[in-house]
Design a protein around this ligand. Structure first.
Ligand code: NAD
Length: 493
Protein backbone atom coordinates (compact mmCIF):
# COMPACT_ATOMS: atom_id res chain seq x y z
CA UNK A 1 0.00 0.00 0.00
CA UNK A 2 1.54 3.37 -0.96
CA UNK A 3 2.65 5.34 2.10
CA UNK A 4 0.66 8.41 1.04
CA UNK A 5 -2.58 6.58 1.75
CA UNK A 6 -1.77 6.59 5.42
CA UNK A 7 0.13 9.86 5.38
CA UNK A 8 -0.62 13.00 7.37
CA UNK A 9 -2.55 14.79 4.66
CA UNK A 10 -4.37 11.73 3.43
CA UNK A 11 -7.87 10.61 4.39
CA UNK A 12 -6.59 8.22 7.03
CA UNK A 13 -3.98 9.27 9.57
CA UNK A 14 -0.76 7.32 10.03
CA UNK A 15 -2.59 5.12 12.52
CA UNK A 16 -6.24 4.80 11.49
CA UNK A 17 -8.64 5.77 14.28
CA UNK A 18 -12.33 5.20 14.82
CA UNK A 19 -14.66 8.09 14.13
CA UNK A 20 -17.13 8.61 16.97
CA UNK A 21 -19.24 11.69 17.58
CA UNK A 22 -16.95 13.82 15.40
CA UNK A 23 -13.74 12.69 17.15
CA UNK A 24 -10.99 10.35 16.00
CA UNK A 25 -10.48 7.78 18.74
CA UNK A 26 -7.76 5.17 19.21
CA UNK A 27 -7.58 2.19 21.57
CA UNK A 28 -4.74 0.22 23.05
CA UNK A 29 -5.82 -2.96 21.31
CA UNK A 30 -5.77 -2.95 17.55
CA UNK A 31 -6.74 -5.47 14.90
CA UNK A 32 -4.35 -6.00 11.98
CA UNK A 33 -5.41 -5.26 8.41
CA UNK A 34 -3.61 -7.17 5.66
CA UNK A 35 -3.27 -6.88 1.92
CA UNK A 36 -4.95 -9.88 0.24
CA UNK A 37 -2.54 -9.69 -2.70
CA UNK A 38 0.57 -10.09 -0.53
CA UNK A 39 -0.66 -11.31 2.85
CA UNK A 40 1.30 -8.42 4.37
CA UNK A 41 -0.13 -6.69 7.46
CA UNK A 42 0.15 -3.00 6.64
CA UNK A 43 -1.82 -1.35 9.44
CA UNK A 44 -4.17 -1.96 12.34
CA UNK A 45 -7.44 -0.40 13.45
CA UNK A 46 -8.83 0.12 16.95
CA UNK A 47 -10.76 -2.69 18.57
CA UNK A 48 -13.86 -0.97 19.97
CA UNK A 49 -15.24 -1.70 23.43
CA UNK A 50 -18.88 -1.43 24.40
CA UNK A 51 -18.18 2.02 25.90
CA UNK A 52 -17.49 3.23 22.34
CA UNK A 53 -20.91 2.03 21.27
CA UNK A 54 -22.41 3.93 24.19
CA UNK A 55 -20.56 7.08 23.15
CA UNK A 56 -21.43 6.78 19.46
CA UNK A 57 -25.13 6.27 20.18
CA UNK A 58 -25.38 9.11 22.71
CA UNK A 59 -23.70 11.52 20.29
CA UNK A 60 -25.93 10.22 17.52
CA UNK A 61 -29.04 10.97 19.55
CA UNK A 62 -28.10 14.60 20.12
CA UNK A 63 -27.10 15.12 16.49
CA UNK A 64 -30.16 13.42 15.07
CA UNK A 65 -32.65 15.58 16.95
CA UNK A 66 -31.18 18.69 15.33
CA UNK A 67 -30.68 17.08 11.89
CA UNK A 68 -34.27 15.86 11.67
CA UNK A 69 -35.47 19.46 11.96
CA UNK A 70 -33.49 20.53 8.93
CA UNK A 71 -35.45 20.75 5.68
CA UNK A 72 -34.68 18.14 3.04
CA UNK A 73 -33.10 20.81 0.83
CA UNK A 74 -30.52 21.56 3.55
CA UNK A 75 -29.75 17.89 4.04
CA UNK A 76 -29.31 17.62 0.27
CA UNK A 77 -26.75 20.44 0.36
CA UNK A 78 -24.62 18.44 2.79
CA UNK A 79 -24.95 15.30 0.64
CA UNK A 80 -23.96 17.29 -2.43
CA UNK A 81 -20.77 18.26 -0.64
CA UNK A 82 -20.14 14.60 0.20
CA UNK A 83 -20.34 13.81 -3.52
CA UNK A 84 -17.86 16.61 -4.23
CA UNK A 85 -15.44 15.31 -1.60
CA UNK A 86 -15.71 11.79 -3.00
CA UNK A 87 -14.86 13.17 -6.44
CA UNK A 88 -11.84 15.00 -5.03
CA UNK A 89 -10.56 11.88 -3.26
CA UNK A 90 -11.81 9.23 -5.70
CA UNK A 91 -8.44 7.76 -6.60
CA UNK A 92 -7.30 7.56 -2.98
CA UNK A 93 -10.57 5.90 -1.96
CA UNK A 94 -10.20 3.37 -4.78
CA UNK A 95 -6.65 2.57 -3.67
CA UNK A 96 -7.77 2.04 -0.08
CA UNK A 97 -10.40 -0.44 -1.34
CA UNK A 98 -7.76 -2.31 -3.37
CA UNK A 99 -5.27 -2.39 -0.48
CA UNK A 100 -7.64 -3.99 2.02
CA UNK A 101 -10.06 -5.88 -0.22
CA UNK A 102 -8.01 -6.99 -3.22
CA UNK A 103 -10.31 -6.15 -6.14
CA UNK A 104 -8.57 -4.68 -9.18
CA UNK A 105 -8.01 -0.95 -9.35
CA UNK A 106 -10.40 -0.73 -12.31
CA UNK A 107 -13.14 -2.42 -10.32
CA UNK A 108 -12.39 -0.25 -7.28
CA UNK A 109 -12.79 2.91 -9.35
CA UNK A 110 -16.17 1.54 -10.42
CA UNK A 111 -17.05 0.99 -6.77
CA UNK A 112 -16.26 4.63 -5.96
CA UNK A 113 -18.49 5.64 -8.89
CA UNK A 114 -21.19 3.65 -7.08
CA UNK A 115 -20.53 5.59 -3.86
CA UNK A 116 -21.30 8.83 -5.69
CA UNK A 117 -24.40 7.35 -7.30
CA UNK A 118 -25.87 6.30 -3.95
CA UNK A 119 -25.46 9.81 -2.50
CA UNK A 120 -26.72 11.32 -5.73
CA UNK A 121 -29.88 9.21 -5.65
CA UNK A 122 -30.49 10.02 -1.99
CA UNK A 123 -30.13 13.77 -2.45
CA UNK A 124 -32.58 13.65 -5.37
CA UNK A 125 -35.19 12.87 -2.68
CA UNK A 126 -35.24 16.52 -1.63
CA UNK A 127 -38.45 16.99 -3.65
CA UNK A 128 -40.15 13.84 -2.41
CA UNK A 129 -43.72 13.71 -1.16
CA UNK A 130 -43.45 13.40 2.59
CA UNK A 131 -46.99 12.55 3.56
CA UNK A 132 -50.58 11.91 2.56
CA UNK A 133 -53.93 13.48 3.40
CA UNK A 134 -56.76 11.03 3.90
CA UNK A 135 -60.44 11.88 3.49
CA UNK A 136 -61.89 12.74 6.90
CA UNK A 137 -65.18 11.54 8.34
CA UNK A 138 -66.23 15.04 9.44
CA UNK A 139 -65.78 18.56 8.07
CA UNK A 140 -63.24 20.91 9.71
CA UNK A 141 -60.76 18.12 10.25
CA UNK A 142 -57.53 16.90 8.75
CA UNK A 143 -56.12 13.39 8.79
CA UNK A 144 -52.50 13.36 7.72
CA UNK A 145 -50.02 10.51 7.52
CA UNK A 146 -46.52 11.94 7.81
CA UNK A 147 -43.20 10.41 6.91
CA UNK A 148 -40.60 10.82 9.66
CA UNK A 149 -37.06 9.55 10.27
CA UNK A 150 -36.63 6.32 12.21
CA UNK A 151 -33.99 7.85 14.52
CA UNK A 152 -30.67 6.10 15.00
CA UNK A 153 -29.69 3.45 12.48
CA UNK A 154 -27.12 0.71 13.12
CA UNK A 155 -25.48 -0.33 9.84
CA UNK A 156 -23.55 -3.59 9.69
CA UNK A 157 -21.62 -4.03 6.47
CA UNK A 158 -19.52 -6.72 4.74
CA UNK A 159 -16.11 -6.71 3.06
CA UNK A 160 -16.97 -7.20 -0.60
CA UNK A 161 -17.92 -3.56 -1.34
CA UNK A 162 -16.59 -1.78 1.74
CA UNK A 163 -17.04 1.75 0.35
CA UNK A 164 -20.17 1.32 -1.80
CA UNK A 165 -22.20 -0.48 0.87
CA UNK A 166 -21.26 2.25 3.37
CA UNK A 167 -22.75 4.78 0.91
CA UNK A 168 -25.74 2.58 0.15
CA UNK A 169 -26.79 2.83 3.81
CA UNK A 170 -25.45 6.21 4.96
CA UNK A 171 -26.91 8.15 2.01
CA UNK A 172 -30.60 7.27 2.47
CA UNK A 173 -30.27 7.24 6.27
CA UNK A 174 -28.99 10.83 6.35
CA UNK A 175 -31.33 12.15 3.71
CA UNK A 176 -34.31 10.72 5.58
CA UNK A 177 -33.21 12.59 8.73
CA UNK A 178 -31.51 9.82 10.71
CA UNK A 179 -28.16 9.44 12.43
CA UNK A 180 -26.17 6.30 11.63
CA UNK A 181 -23.48 4.24 13.32
CA UNK A 182 -21.59 1.97 10.92
CA UNK A 183 -19.83 -1.25 11.92
CA UNK A 184 -17.65 -2.32 8.98
CA UNK A 185 -16.33 -5.82 8.42
CA UNK A 186 -13.32 -6.78 10.54
CA UNK A 187 -11.48 -7.56 7.28
CA UNK A 188 -12.04 -4.20 5.53
CA UNK A 189 -12.45 -1.39 8.09
CA UNK A 190 -10.37 1.24 6.25
CA UNK A 191 -12.81 2.17 3.48
CA UNK A 192 -15.53 2.99 6.02
CA UNK A 193 -13.08 5.06 8.07
CA UNK A 194 -12.00 6.90 4.92
CA UNK A 195 -15.65 7.54 4.09
CA UNK A 196 -16.16 8.87 7.62
CA UNK A 197 -13.39 11.36 6.92
CA UNK A 198 -15.15 12.32 3.68
CA UNK A 199 -18.31 13.00 5.71
CA UNK A 200 -16.34 15.13 8.14
CA UNK A 201 -14.72 17.12 5.32
CA UNK A 202 -18.16 17.63 3.79
CA UNK A 203 -19.45 19.23 6.99
CA UNK A 204 -21.73 16.44 8.19
CA UNK A 205 -22.61 17.48 11.76
CA UNK A 206 -20.60 15.72 14.48
CA UNK A 207 -22.27 12.58 15.78
CA UNK A 208 -24.50 12.06 12.77
CA UNK A 209 -22.18 9.47 11.20
CA UNK A 210 -19.89 7.34 13.38
CA UNK A 211 -17.77 4.32 12.48
CA UNK A 212 -16.87 1.77 15.17
CA UNK A 213 -14.53 -1.08 14.33
CA UNK A 214 -14.53 -4.50 15.93
CA UNK A 215 -15.94 -8.02 15.71
CA UNK A 216 -19.53 -8.55 14.64
CA UNK A 217 -20.52 -10.93 17.41
CA UNK A 218 -19.28 -8.49 20.09
CA UNK A 219 -19.40 -4.91 18.80
CA UNK A 220 -22.04 -5.48 16.12
CA UNK A 221 -24.22 -7.27 18.65
CA UNK A 222 -23.79 -4.52 21.27
CA UNK A 223 -24.81 -1.95 18.67
CA UNK A 224 -27.92 -3.86 17.65
CA UNK A 225 -29.03 -4.58 21.22
CA UNK A 226 -28.44 -1.09 22.64
CA UNK A 227 -31.69 0.64 23.69
CA UNK A 228 -30.87 3.77 21.66
CA UNK A 229 -30.69 1.93 18.32
CA UNK A 230 -34.00 2.32 16.47
CA UNK A 231 -33.30 0.31 13.31
CA UNK A 232 -30.75 -2.14 11.97
CA UNK A 233 -29.65 -2.52 8.38
CA UNK A 234 -27.37 -5.42 7.54
CA UNK A 235 -25.60 -6.56 4.42
CA UNK A 236 -23.81 -9.84 4.93
CA UNK A 237 -24.21 -13.58 5.12
CA UNK A 238 -27.47 -15.34 5.88
CA UNK A 239 -25.86 -16.65 9.06
CA UNK A 240 -25.14 -13.13 10.33
CA UNK A 241 -28.56 -11.89 9.21
CA UNK A 242 -30.29 -14.61 11.17
CA UNK A 243 -28.26 -13.89 14.33
CA UNK A 244 -28.87 -10.14 14.07
CA UNK A 245 -32.59 -10.62 13.49
CA UNK A 246 -32.72 -12.64 16.71
CA UNK A 247 -30.76 -9.95 18.59
CA UNK A 248 -33.15 -7.24 17.37
CA UNK A 249 -36.27 -9.24 18.16
CA UNK A 250 -36.11 -8.40 21.89
CA UNK A 251 -36.57 -4.72 21.07
CA UNK A 252 -38.94 -5.24 18.12
CA UNK A 253 -37.18 -2.74 15.88
CA UNK A 254 -37.16 -2.77 12.08
CA UNK A 255 -34.42 -4.88 10.53
CA UNK A 256 -33.43 -4.70 6.89
CA UNK A 257 -31.46 -7.68 5.62
CA UNK A 258 -29.48 -7.95 2.38
CA UNK A 259 -28.02 -11.45 2.56
CA UNK A 260 -26.40 -14.18 0.51
CA UNK A 261 -27.30 -15.32 -2.97
CA UNK A 262 -26.87 -18.18 -5.41
CA UNK A 263 -27.72 -16.52 -8.70
CA UNK A 264 -28.48 -18.80 -11.66
CA UNK A 265 -27.77 -17.89 -15.27
CA UNK A 266 -30.16 -19.75 -17.56
CA UNK A 267 -29.22 -20.00 -21.22
CA UNK A 268 -31.89 -21.32 -23.58
CA UNK A 269 -31.12 -22.89 -26.99
CA UNK A 270 -32.32 -19.76 -28.79
CA UNK A 271 -30.12 -17.34 -26.79
CA UNK A 272 -27.63 -14.97 -28.34
CA UNK A 273 -24.76 -17.27 -27.41
CA UNK A 274 -21.97 -14.75 -27.75
CA UNK A 275 -23.77 -12.35 -25.40
CA UNK A 276 -24.64 -15.13 -22.94
CA UNK A 277 -21.06 -16.44 -22.78
CA UNK A 278 -19.57 -12.97 -22.37
CA UNK A 279 -21.98 -11.89 -19.65
CA UNK A 280 -21.99 -15.21 -17.79
CA UNK A 281 -18.20 -14.84 -17.71
CA UNK A 282 -18.22 -11.24 -16.45
CA UNK A 283 -20.89 -12.02 -13.87
CA UNK A 284 -18.87 -14.89 -12.41
CA UNK A 285 -15.42 -13.39 -12.11
CA UNK A 286 -15.88 -9.75 -11.17
CA UNK A 287 -14.47 -8.97 -7.74
CA UNK A 288 -12.99 -12.50 -7.80
CA UNK A 289 -16.49 -13.96 -7.62
CA UNK A 290 -17.29 -12.10 -4.41
CA UNK A 291 -20.53 -10.36 -5.35
CA UNK A 292 -23.93 -11.36 -4.00
CA UNK A 293 -25.35 -11.15 -7.55
CA UNK A 294 -22.52 -13.19 -9.13
CA UNK A 295 -23.31 -15.95 -11.59
CA UNK A 296 -22.98 -18.90 -9.19
CA UNK A 297 -24.38 -21.65 -11.44
CA UNK A 298 -25.05 -21.66 -15.14
CA UNK A 299 -27.72 -23.89 -16.68
CA UNK A 300 -27.37 -24.29 -20.45
CA UNK A 301 -29.95 -26.01 -22.67
CA UNK A 302 -28.67 -29.23 -24.21
CA UNK A 303 -28.58 -27.97 -27.82
CA UNK A 304 -25.92 -25.31 -27.11
CA UNK A 305 -24.28 -26.80 -24.01
CA UNK A 306 -21.05 -28.11 -25.55
CA UNK A 307 -20.49 -24.95 -27.55
CA UNK A 308 -21.19 -22.77 -24.49
CA UNK A 309 -18.70 -24.71 -22.35
CA UNK A 310 -16.06 -24.59 -25.10
CA UNK A 311 -16.35 -20.81 -25.55
CA UNK A 312 -16.58 -20.17 -21.81
CA UNK A 313 -13.44 -22.15 -21.00
CA UNK A 314 -11.61 -20.37 -23.81
CA UNK A 315 -12.47 -17.02 -22.23
CA UNK A 316 -11.38 -18.19 -18.79
CA UNK A 317 -8.03 -19.28 -20.22
CA UNK A 318 -7.46 -15.67 -21.32
CA UNK A 319 -8.39 -14.07 -17.98
CA UNK A 320 -5.47 -12.16 -16.49
CA UNK A 321 -5.15 -12.85 -12.76
CA UNK A 322 -2.60 -10.75 -10.89
CA UNK A 323 -1.56 -7.73 -8.87
CA UNK A 324 -4.78 -5.75 -8.37
CA UNK A 325 -2.94 -2.43 -8.56
CA UNK A 326 -1.81 -3.32 -12.11
CA UNK A 327 -4.13 -1.56 -14.57
CA UNK A 328 -4.15 -4.62 -16.84
CA UNK A 329 -5.15 -7.21 -14.21
CA UNK A 330 -8.66 -8.53 -14.66
CA UNK A 331 -8.99 -10.46 -11.40
CA UNK A 332 -7.31 -10.05 -8.02
CA UNK A 333 -6.99 -12.40 -5.03
CA UNK A 334 -9.67 -13.61 -2.63
CA UNK A 335 -10.15 -11.28 0.32
CA UNK A 336 -8.61 -13.53 2.99
CA UNK A 337 -6.97 -16.86 3.55
CA UNK A 338 -10.05 -18.23 5.33
CA UNK A 339 -12.31 -17.20 2.43
CA UNK A 340 -9.89 -18.70 -0.10
CA UNK A 341 -9.77 -21.98 1.81
CA UNK A 342 -13.57 -22.16 1.92
CA UNK A 343 -13.68 -21.97 -1.87
CA UNK A 344 -10.92 -24.55 -2.24
CA UNK A 345 -12.88 -26.93 0.00
CA UNK A 346 -16.03 -26.52 -2.09
CA UNK A 347 -14.08 -27.40 -5.24
CA UNK A 348 -12.34 -30.39 -3.65
CA UNK A 349 -15.65 -31.75 -2.36
CA UNK A 350 -17.27 -31.31 -5.77
CA UNK A 351 -14.43 -33.18 -7.44
CA UNK A 352 -14.73 -35.99 -4.88
CA UNK A 353 -18.43 -36.16 -5.76
CA UNK A 354 -17.60 -36.58 -9.46
CA UNK A 355 -17.24 -33.06 -10.89
CA UNK A 356 -14.77 -32.56 -13.73
CA UNK A 357 -12.40 -29.59 -13.59
CA UNK A 358 -12.37 -28.05 -17.09
CA UNK A 359 -9.91 -25.34 -16.07
CA UNK A 360 -8.43 -23.97 -12.82
CA UNK A 361 -9.28 -25.81 -9.62
CA UNK A 362 -6.71 -24.40 -7.17
CA UNK A 363 -3.96 -21.82 -6.89
CA UNK A 364 -3.22 -20.34 -10.32
CA UNK A 365 -0.31 -21.92 -12.16
CA UNK A 366 2.95 -20.13 -11.45
CA UNK A 367 1.56 -18.47 -8.29
CA UNK A 368 1.96 -21.49 -5.98
CA UNK A 369 4.84 -19.92 -4.05
CA UNK A 370 3.48 -16.41 -4.11
CA UNK A 371 2.09 -14.90 -0.89
CA UNK A 372 -1.52 -13.69 -1.00
CA UNK A 373 -4.87 -15.43 -1.26
CA UNK A 374 -5.00 -16.45 -4.91
CA UNK A 375 -7.48 -18.82 -6.49
CA UNK A 376 -7.66 -19.66 -10.17
CA UNK A 377 -10.81 -19.04 -12.20
CA UNK A 378 -12.39 -22.47 -12.28
CA UNK A 379 -15.00 -24.20 -14.42
CA UNK A 380 -16.65 -27.44 -13.35
CA UNK A 381 -18.78 -29.78 -15.46
CA UNK A 382 -20.30 -33.19 -14.75
CA UNK A 383 -22.10 -31.57 -11.86
CA UNK A 384 -25.62 -32.31 -10.76
CA UNK A 385 -28.10 -29.94 -9.20
CA UNK A 386 -28.02 -31.54 -5.75
CA UNK A 387 -24.32 -31.01 -5.14
CA UNK A 388 -23.19 -28.42 -2.56
CA UNK A 389 -21.33 -26.50 -5.25
CA UNK A 390 -24.74 -25.81 -6.84
CA UNK A 391 -26.79 -25.41 -3.67
CA UNK A 392 -24.50 -23.39 -1.33
CA UNK A 393 -23.19 -19.88 -1.87
CA UNK A 394 -19.60 -20.15 -3.20
CA UNK A 395 -18.14 -16.67 -2.87
CA UNK A 396 -15.29 -17.20 -5.31
CA UNK A 397 -14.29 -17.63 -8.97
CA UNK A 398 -15.81 -21.06 -9.51
CA UNK A 399 -18.58 -21.88 -11.97
CA UNK A 400 -20.47 -25.16 -12.33
CA UNK A 401 -22.09 -25.43 -15.79
CA UNK A 402 -25.02 -27.82 -15.97
CA UNK A 403 -27.03 -28.98 -19.02
CA UNK A 404 -30.85 -28.97 -18.96
CA UNK A 405 -33.54 -30.27 -21.29
CA UNK A 406 -36.81 -28.47 -20.62
CA UNK A 407 -38.14 -25.13 -19.39
CA UNK A 408 -39.88 -26.85 -16.44
CA UNK A 409 -36.70 -28.64 -15.39
CA UNK A 410 -34.54 -25.52 -15.36
CA UNK A 411 -37.07 -23.37 -13.52
CA UNK A 412 -37.34 -26.06 -10.85
CA UNK A 413 -33.54 -26.21 -10.53
CA UNK A 414 -33.16 -22.43 -10.48
CA UNK A 415 -35.72 -22.21 -7.65
CA UNK A 416 -34.26 -25.19 -5.77
CA UNK A 417 -31.79 -23.35 -3.50
CA UNK A 418 -32.62 -21.61 -0.23
CA UNK A 419 -31.63 -18.27 -1.79
CA UNK A 420 -33.67 -15.89 -3.92
CA UNK A 421 -31.67 -12.78 -4.69
CA UNK A 422 -30.70 -12.47 -8.37
CA UNK A 423 -31.41 -14.54 -11.48
CA UNK A 424 -30.50 -14.18 -15.16
CA UNK A 425 -32.21 -15.47 -18.30
CA UNK A 426 -30.84 -15.58 -21.85
CA UNK A 427 -33.36 -16.15 -24.64
CA UNK A 428 -34.53 -14.37 -27.79
CA UNK A 429 -38.09 -15.55 -27.17
CA UNK A 430 -40.25 -13.02 -25.34
CA UNK A 431 -42.72 -15.65 -24.16
CA UNK A 432 -39.95 -17.72 -22.56
CA UNK A 433 -38.42 -14.60 -21.00
CA UNK A 434 -41.67 -13.38 -19.49
CA UNK A 435 -42.80 -16.81 -18.28
CA UNK A 436 -39.44 -17.25 -16.59
CA UNK A 437 -39.85 -13.81 -14.99
CA UNK A 438 -43.21 -14.96 -13.62
CA UNK A 439 -41.89 -18.30 -12.40
CA UNK A 440 -38.51 -17.42 -10.87
CA UNK A 441 -38.62 -17.01 -7.08
CA UNK A 442 -36.09 -14.21 -6.93
CA UNK A 443 -36.17 -10.54 -5.96
CA UNK A 444 -34.32 -9.60 -9.16
CA UNK A 445 -34.56 -10.97 -12.69
CA UNK A 446 -32.16 -9.84 -15.43
CA UNK A 447 -33.09 -10.71 -19.03
CA UNK A 448 -30.29 -10.75 -21.59
CA UNK A 449 -28.38 -8.55 -19.18
CA UNK A 450 -26.29 -8.65 -16.02
CA UNK A 451 -25.75 -6.21 -13.16
CA UNK A 452 -24.58 -4.26 -11.38
CA UNK A 453 -27.99 -3.19 -10.20
CA UNK A 454 -28.90 0.49 -10.55
CA UNK A 455 -29.45 2.84 -7.62
CA UNK A 456 -33.00 3.69 -8.67
CA UNK A 457 -34.00 0.00 -8.71
CA UNK A 458 -34.63 -2.12 -5.63
CA UNK A 459 -32.02 -4.72 -4.78
CA UNK A 460 -34.01 -7.08 -2.59
CA UNK A 461 -33.78 -10.77 -1.80
CA UNK A 462 -36.49 -13.36 -1.34
CA UNK A 463 -36.24 -16.49 0.83
CA UNK A 464 -32.96 -16.69 2.81
CA UNK A 465 -31.51 -13.83 0.77
CA UNK A 466 -33.16 -11.47 3.20
CA UNK A 467 -35.89 -8.91 3.50
CA UNK A 468 -35.54 -5.32 2.56
CA UNK A 469 -32.96 -3.41 0.63
CA UNK A 470 -31.54 0.09 0.52
CA UNK A 471 -31.89 1.28 -3.06
CA UNK A 472 -34.37 3.47 -4.85
CA UNK A 473 -37.72 4.64 -3.54
CA UNK A 474 -38.48 1.41 -1.71
CA UNK A 475 -35.08 1.35 -0.03
CA UNK A 476 -35.44 4.98 1.03
CA UNK A 477 -38.81 4.28 2.64
CA UNK A 478 -37.21 1.75 4.96
CA UNK A 479 -35.31 4.60 6.62
CA UNK A 480 -38.59 6.33 7.49
CA UNK A 481 -41.60 5.63 9.66
CA UNK A 482 -45.16 6.93 9.64
CA UNK A 483 -46.98 9.20 12.05
CA UNK A 484 -50.72 9.65 11.66
CA UNK A 485 -51.97 13.07 12.77
CA UNK A 486 -55.65 13.79 13.46
CA UNK A 487 -56.51 17.49 13.59
CA UNK A 488 -59.83 19.11 14.36
CA UNK A 489 -59.51 22.73 13.30
CA UNK A 490 -63.26 23.33 13.47
CA UNK A 491 -65.60 25.06 11.07
CA UNK A 492 -65.65 28.84 10.68
CA UNK A 493 -68.71 29.96 12.64
P1 NAD B 1 -20.56 -11.71 7.28
O1 NAD B 1 -21.96 -12.11 7.51
O2 NAD B 1 -19.50 -12.59 7.76
O3 NAD B 1 -20.29 -10.28 7.93
C1 NAD B 1 -21.06 -9.15 7.56
C2 NAD B 1 -21.03 -8.16 8.72
O4 NAD B 1 -21.82 -8.68 9.79
C3 NAD B 1 -19.64 -7.90 9.30
O5 NAD B 1 -19.52 -6.54 9.63
C4 NAD B 1 -19.64 -8.77 10.55
O6 NAD B 1 -18.75 -8.32 11.53
C5 NAD B 1 -21.08 -8.63 11.01
N1 NAD B 1 -21.59 -9.71 11.85
C6 NAD B 1 -21.41 -11.03 11.68
N2 NAD B 1 -22.06 -11.73 12.62
C7 NAD B 1 -22.67 -10.81 13.42
C8 NAD B 1 -23.50 -10.91 14.58
N3 NAD B 1 -23.83 -12.08 15.09
N4 NAD B 1 -23.96 -9.77 15.13
C9 NAD B 1 -23.65 -8.56 14.60
N5 NAD B 1 -22.86 -8.41 13.51
C10 NAD B 1 -22.38 -9.53 12.92
O7 NAD B 1 -20.47 -11.44 5.70
P2 NAD B 1 -19.19 -11.14 4.84
O8 NAD B 1 -18.40 -12.41 4.76
O9 NAD B 1 -18.54 -9.90 5.32
O10 NAD B 1 -19.84 -10.80 3.41
C11 NAD B 1 -20.17 -11.74 2.47
C12 NAD B 1 -21.66 -12.05 2.50
O11 NAD B 1 -22.41 -10.85 2.28
C13 NAD B 1 -22.08 -12.99 1.40
O12 NAD B 1 -22.97 -13.94 1.92
C14 NAD B 1 -22.78 -12.08 0.39
O13 NAD B 1 -23.72 -12.72 -0.43
C15 NAD B 1 -23.41 -11.09 1.30
N6 NAD B 1 -23.72 -9.85 0.58
C16 NAD B 1 -25.02 -9.60 0.27
C17 NAD B 1 -25.35 -8.46 -0.45
C18 NAD B 1 -26.78 -8.14 -0.81
O14 NAD B 1 -27.01 -7.03 -1.25
N7 NAD B 1 -27.72 -9.05 -0.63
C19 NAD B 1 -24.34 -7.57 -0.84
C20 NAD B 1 -23.03 -7.86 -0.50
C21 NAD B 1 -22.73 -9.01 0.23
Amino acid sequence: MPATLLGEKALLGTTPSMFIGGEWITTENTRPVDNPATGEIFTGVPEAQTEHIELALNRARAAQTEWARRPLSERATVLTEIVRQVEDHAEELARIVVAEQGKTITEARGEIGGVKAFFDHALSQKYRTVGELMATSSPGQQLAIREEPVGIVAAIIPWNFPAAIFARKVAPALMAGNAIVVKPSEVTPLSALAMAKICQLAGVPDGLVSVVTGPGRVIGKALVEHPLTNMVTVTGSTRAGREILAQASEKIIPVSLELGGKAPVIVFDDANLELAVQQAFEARFWNCGQVCTCNERTYVQRGVYDEFVRRFVEKVAGLKVGDPTDETSQMGPKVSEAERDKVREFVEDAVKAGAKVEIGGGIPEGMEDQAGYWFAPTVLTNVNNDMDIVQQEVFGPVLPIIPFDSYEEVIEWANSTVYGLTSHVYTENMRTAMNATDDLEFGEVYINKIGPEEVQGYHTGWKLSGMGGDDGQHGFERYTRRKTVYLDYGLQS
